[in-house]
Design a protein around this ligand. Structure first.
Ligand SMILES: [Zn+2]
Length: 333
């Protein structure tokens, strides 16, 4: 329901509109909605990829101290670039995006968000509902890697959220993160080992965890590409229909405003920083050369766009907002 404007306010607005001047309006706290971002409509962003429907789903955001996390960067360069983008280096608010691919016969979710782990995460199910789907319709969940902001949303209160889905994870990630002996060798990542075990347990109990090997086709039209570095089993997923491609990148980019321009900048979350940098350089080069669409969990929502070469580095070009692009060609066309 639209709140009705009080008569004097209506008159003031009308006068201002007629005279071309902005009204000097008092802020009326009593009628103002609570300050929040809209919680449903921007929760998904949809496009068509050949015969597939792709929806970016927002799980919310998380604030991360980029100034303490980024490596291979001069502090001054970091400050300048982040300031230019209006981002607080100590609390850089970072999107958590997941992606839903409807192939016609399968409903594939790529990454599951952070669940209730962070103050502003856990919006995935609301976004899924806004996009018109229920969790029990998801047939497959593909996890780019077993970090909590990608896998904690698999469960809610210890139960499987996507109870009818098979969860697919690269075998090097399941082997690494589910092996208790590795935890002692990586004390900085101890909580990740615990969380990964919790996230997969209900699906293991249902016999619904599948470990895939390198470059496997997970479902028709969706192929995994092994990109170890950030984690041992870190994977991209290439979605392709009728010659149109979208490559879902996992954690290739954490700081859009720095890492496109300087792909050598790394983050402490990488288990093998050197390999992660090499993957980033190769992926950016390939995406810029071939021009396919790219989707990324931590590029501002919806996190879908293309990569351009620019001044010795790269540039991110977000997808255009489109309604017309959602119209499937009719028989009459
Ligand atoms: Zn992540």
């Amino acid at each position: 329901m639209m709140p009705s404007l009080k008569a004097p306010l209506r008159r003031a607005l009308l006068c201002a509109l007629l005279s071309g001047l902005a009204p000097a309006m008092a802020f009326d706290a009593a009628v103002a909605p609570p300050p929040s971002q809209a919680r449903t409509l921007p929760g998904y962003h949809r496009l068509l990829l050949g015969k597939f429907e792709v929806s970016a789903l927002s799980d919310g955001t998380v604030a991360i101290p980029l100034s303490e996390l980024l490596t291979n960067v001069r502090p001054r360069e970091m400050q300048t670039q982040l300031q230019r983008a209006g981002i607080d280096p100590k609390q850089a608010e970072t999107s958590i995006n997941a992606f839903l691919v409807h192939t016609g016969s399968r409903l594939v979710l790529v990454d599951a968000g952070g669940g209730k782990l962070f103050p502003n995460s856990g919006r995935l199910l609301a976004s899924l509902a806004a996009a018109g789907y229920r969790p029990d319709q998801v047939t497959d969940v593909l996890i780019s890697h077993l970090h909590p902001d990608h896998s904690a949303g698999l469960t809610l209160d210890g139960k499987a959220v996507f109870g009818k889905a098979v969860v697919h994870v690269h075998q090097h990630d399941t082997r690494f993160w589910l092996e208790p002996r590795n935890k002692g060798a990586h004390p900085d990542h101890a909580h990740v080992f615990d969380q990964a075990a919790r996230d997969l347990a209900p699906y293991q109990a249902l016999g619904r965890v599948r470990s895939f090997a390198a470059d496997a086709e997970i479902v028709p039209g969706v192929r995994a590409i092994a990109t170890p570095g950030h984690t041992p089993g870190h994977s991209f997923f290439r979605v392709e229909s009728e010659g149109k491609a979208l490559v879902l990148w996992g954690d290739l980019i954490h700081a859009k405003d720095l890492q496109f321009r300087s792909p050598g900048i790394a983050i402490r979350y990488d288990l093998d920083s050197r390999a992660a940098v090499a993957q980033r350089k190769a992926a950016l080069r390939d995406a810029a050369a071939k021009g396919y669409l790219v989707g990324a969990p931590h590029i501002p929502f919806p996190g879908i766009g293309r990569v351009l070469e620019s001044g010795g580095g790269y540039e991110w070009l977000p997808v255009n907002y489109s309604e017309i692009g959602l119209r499937r060609p009719s028989a009459a066309d």
